[in-house]
Design a protein around this ligand. Structure first.
Ligand SMILES: [Zn+2]
Length: 184
């Protein structure tokens, strides 16, 4: 096994208080990355997430910031943080959301809305995410461009999308190993 798939999440199917204690951590937003909450424009200084992405998530945020001018970064809405951990069911689906495991996050949800095939992000945004081990809803199933997750999705509706591209990424074995070895 070289990458983490959503099906592996069933190993820890019951997210909640014990899950948070055994799996979650809080990571600092990198210096120079000025994130604000999309819903009330509060500065985000740290993110509660799964330990498996404690290194890759801040690295991705820093990489996104350095890949674009500040103007472009803000124009695309990469500064608008829309949340990571949320112990909730999948919207319109079965079982917990990948957000319930702290393995997914959303960015600029109003510009990249749920179930809509529109995005404010350039292709480089998705390329950089994949290089850091995060799949996008946009590439995997063609909408929900706000959504990024650190595990291979169940849904891969887009013919052009292939999980094999993730196998060349060095972040993936690390994420899978970190996730699968942190058992309650
Ligand atoms: Zn999401």
């Amino acid at each position: 096994m070289h990458y983490l798939h959503e099906k592996h999440l069933s190993k820890i199917w019951n997210p909640g208080t014990a899950f948070e204690r055994d799996h979650m951590t809080r990571v600092a937003v990198p210096k120079g990355v000025k994130l604000v909450t999309e819903w009330n424009s509060q500065i985000v200084t740290s993110i509660f997430c799964h330990r498996a992405i404690a290194a890759t998530l801040p690295a991705l945020l820093a990489a996104w910031r350095s890949a674009f001018s500040e103007k472009e970064w803000m124009r695309m809405g990469l500064n608008k943080w829309a949340g990571c951990y949320n112990n909730r069911p999948k919207r319109g689906g079965k079982g917990p959301s990948t957000h319930a495991y702290g393995l997914a996050f959303d960015v600029f949800s109003t510009g990249n809305p749920f179930r809509e095939a529109v995005t404010t992000f350039s292709p480089a945004v998705f390329d950089i995410a994949e290089q850091h081990g995060f799949f996008s809803g946009w590439r995997a199933w063609g909408h929900d461009a706000m959504h990024f997750q650190a595990c291979v999705p169940h849904r891969t509706d887009r013919a052009a999308w292939t999980p094999t591209k993730m196998l060349v990424n060095h972040a993936w074995p690390h994420v899978a190993k970190a996730f699968l070895t942190v058992q309650p």
